[in-house]
Design a binder for this molecule. Structure first.
Ligand SMILES: Cc1cc2nc3c(=O)[nH]c(=O)nc-3n(C[C@H](O)[C@H](O)[C@H](O)COP(=O)(O)O)c2cc1C
Length: 336
C-alpha cells in the first residue's frame, strides 16, 4: 500500500495471511458483528469477522450468505469452542468455503482444527499461555491472537502490554500473531507492529461505527463512558471459574453477580452439574448482551466494552476509522 509504506511493510505478513489491504481485524462481537459491520470492515480494507456466538447452524448459514452478498472481500467466522453444535457450524463454514475460522472461548476441542483445515480454511486461535500457544501453533493452528485484559467481552487476567512482551519475542519470527485488547489509536498499532506483531485486532473501537447495528442507546452509553467505567465482572464462587467479562458497569453487572450466586446454590443442592452451571452463566450473558445491543436496554443488558471505550466520541463510518488508524500508525512510525 503506497499510502502507508512503513505500516504496510510491517503488516506484510498479516496482510498476506488475511488477504486484505490492512492487517486490522475487527474482532467478532456477538450481536454486533453481523453482515453490516463485517462487510463494512472488509470493504474498508480490514478483516471483518462474523460472531457466531450462540447462533444455530441455520442462522450462521444465512449470515454468511448475507455477508457474501455485501462484500467480495475476505472475512472470517468466529466460533465459540463450547458451542454444542461446533462441528455442524464448521460444516456450514465448509459449505460456504469460508477462508478463515477463528476458534474462541477455550481450547479447541479434539478434531476441530483438523476439521477446519480439511476444507482449506485457515484457523486462528487464542491462547492464554505461551506454552499453549506454542502447542496450538505447532499442531496445526495457522495464527494466534493474544488478547489482554483491557479488551471488551470475556477476558483473561494479563494486560496486553505484558502478553506482547512475553509472546512476541518467542513467536513473532516464526508465526502470524495478532495483538488485541485496549488498542484505540494507530500509535498503539505502530508499537505492536514494531514489536513483531503481524497485525492487530480491535473490537470496542468499531462497535459503535455508523454501520454497526447496535442500538442508538448502546452507542450513546459508549460515547459517554470513560476508560474506568469498563469494569471486570467479579467471580463469586471458586468452583465456577468463569472467565471475567469487561463491560460498562450498570444494573446488569450486579444482576450477573446475583446469577452466579443462584447457580452456586443450585450446585450446592446438587440440582445442576458443573457443565450445566457454566452454561447457565454463559447463557445469561448471551441474553444480556442481546438486550443491550439490539433492544437498547442499557440498564440491565450487558454493555460489553474494553477500556479504549474512553477514546470513542461519536459515530464514524468504518472507512474513516480505518483511515484514521492507518494515518496515525504511519505518522508514528515516520516520527521515529
Ligand atoms: C460487545 C463485545 C462483544 C464481543 N463478543 C465476542 C465474541 O462473541 N467472541 C469473541 O471471540 N470475542 C468477542 N469480543 C472480543 C472482541 O472480538 C475483541 O477481541 C476485543 O474487543 C478486542 O479488544 P478491544 O475491545 O480492547 O478492542 C467482544 C467484544 C465486545 C466489545
Amino acid at each position: 500500500m503506497t499510502n502507508y509504506p512503513k505500516t504496510s511493510a510491517l503488516m506484510a505478513r498479516g496482510r498476506e495471511f488475511l488477504g486484505t489491504d490492512y492487517a486490522i481485524l475487527c474482532g467478532a462481537m456477538s450481536w454486533v458483528s453481523e453482515r453490516n459491520l463485517v462487510s463494512a470492515i472488509s470493504n474498508g480494507g480490514g478483516f471483518g469477522v462474523i460472531a457466531c456466538g450462540a447462533m444455530t447452524p441455520d442462522l450462521l448459514d444465512a449470515e454468511i450468505a448475507a455477508t457474501r452478498a455485501l462484500t467480495d472481500k475476505p472475512f472470517g467466522v468466529n466460533l465459540i469452542t463450547m458451542h454444542p453444535q461446533l462441528f455442524d457450524l464448521i460444516g456450514v463454514c465448509e459449505k460456504h468455503g469460508v477462508s478463515h475460522v477463528v476458534l474462541a472461548g477455550g481450547i479447541p476441542p479434539k478434531g476441530s482444527v483438523e476439521a477446519i483445515k480439511a476444507f482449506g480454511a485457515k484457523v486462528i486461535v487464542f491462547a492464554p499461555t505461551l506454552a499453549l500457544a506454542k502447542k496450538l501453533l505447532r499442531s496445526g493452528a495457522d495464527a494466534l491472537v493474544i488478547e489482554g485484559s483491557e479488551a471488551g467481552g470475556h477476558i483473561g487476567p494479563v494486560a496486553t502490554s505484558v502478553l506482547a512482551q512475553e509472546f512476541l519475542p518467542e513467536l513473532a519470527s516464526e508465526f502470524v500473531v495478532f495483538v488485541a485488547g485496549g488498542i484505540g489509536t494507530g500509535d498503539m498499532i505502530a508499537a505492536y507492529l514494531e514489536m513483531g506483531a503481524s497485525g492487530v485486532q480491535l473490537g470496542t473501537r468499531f462497535a459503535c461505527a455508523q454501520e454497526s447495528i447496535a442500538h442508538p442507546d448502546f452507542k450513546k452509553a459508549f460515547f459517554r463512558a470513560k476508560a474506568r467505567d469498563a469494569e471486570t465482572s467479579v467471580q463469586v464462587d471458586p468452583r465456577l471459574p468463569v472467565i471475567p467479562v469487561r463491560a460498562l458497569k450498570n444494573k446488569g453487572t450486579e444482576e450477573f453477580t446475583a446469577k452466579q450466586r443462584e447457580v452456586a446454590k443450585l450446585l450446592d443442592a446438587g440440582e445442576v452439574d458443573m457443565l450445566e452451571a457454566q452454561l447457565q452463566i454463559e447463557h445469561f450473558w448471551a441474553g444480556a448482551l442481546r438486550r443491550a445491543v439490539i433492544d437498547g436496554d442499557v440498564e440491565s443488558g450487558s454493555l460489553m466494552a474494553g477500556q479504549s471505550v474512553g477514546l470513542l466520541k461519536e459515530e464514524e463510518p468504518v472507512a474513516d476509522i480505518i483511515t484514521q488508524l492507518m494515518e496515525q500508525s504511519e505518522a508514528a512510525l515516520t516520527r521515529r
